[in-house]
Ligand binder design. Sequence first.
Ligand code: HEC
Ligand SMILES: [Cu+2]
Length: 340
Amino acid sequence: MRRVLRTVAGPALLLLAAACGGGPQSALDPAGDQAGHLHGLFKLMLWVCGGTYLLMLGFLGWSIWRSLHNQGVGREASAAGLDRGLRAGLGLWAGIVVIGLATLAAASFLVDRALASARADREAIAIRVTAHQWWWRIEYRNPATGALIETANELHLPADRTARIELHAADVIHSFWLPNLGGKLDVIPGRVNLLDITPRRIGWYRGQCAEFCGLQHALMALDLRVAPEEEFAGWLAAQAAPAAAPDDAMLARGRAVLEGGSCAVCHTVRGTAAAGKAGPDLTHVGSRRSIAAGWLPNNRGNLHGWILNPDALKPGTSMPAAELAPEDADVLARYLEWLR
Ligand code: HEC
Ligand SMILES: [Cu+2]
């Protein structure tokens, strides 16, 4: 009995997880067309394989029960009868397996076709995502001017419109995964991979690098906002604008620290002298939900701590600690928080 329980427990837990799964980072809670197709395929596979498994356990139980209770019956049956029974049983079993596998093969083929068909959508919005150890550079095209608008670690998509995400890698192989919206796709240096996503449900979600890419792979996440069209357009226009000029002396000092310090070597804040390209664009960093690739909630305390010692928060990160006087670090954190 215990052995039977043990054998059944694994699949039962999987079924339970499938029934309960949900939330901002879950492939079991689809919020877009592609994820919906994949979820359907997952459920079909679960039921076909789970059903076959239960059927097999049923037969096993039945044969054990028979051998315990009908001892001797088999011996009296004729060899020909036994043979016929065995052949029918095996035939039935092979039929079940062939039908099950054919169903799964046909379903995967159809889902694959459905995932590819979005490529014909002319209204698709093009977004370029570049994976770095360990953060995401994100670029949109300004609908008005055609110029690229850069941001990082926070992807915004309009609902009910296909986004074609062009995936680039800056260093090693990564994998781009928004579980609620679609399947994983590898991000490979020297190669561009295209992923189509059609979000349907408005909300905040979380994405994740899904291919081990070094020390901080686990802290390479991104926030995703699926927004109504107007909200998205407003957001894009705000991101396209350069950083506002500070309206008070303290913020102006923060900007001077950023422009004069090491920060400007790696970071861009459009509208200021900082035009570095090695790190995330900080033009509107204050508007983001989190910093350091979905790792820390974005607030002044975390910005302050991050500037002074990023390695303590994300060991191995390529951003060096800044050597700043305490007041300079303070005004710099205030300035970054204010960059909305
Ligand atoms: C050598 C290049 C380099 C220098 C110099 C540098 N940074 Fe960074 N910075 C990075 C990189 C790379 C990241 C991404 C780190 C990660 O998430 O793993 C980053 C991340 C950040 C982030 C988080 C951005 C986000 O959206 O996640 C902030 C804020 C930031 N840096 C501010 C600063 C400030 C302020 C300075 C100057 C005191 C500075 N950086 C100096 C390279 C640099
Ligand atoms: Cu990665």
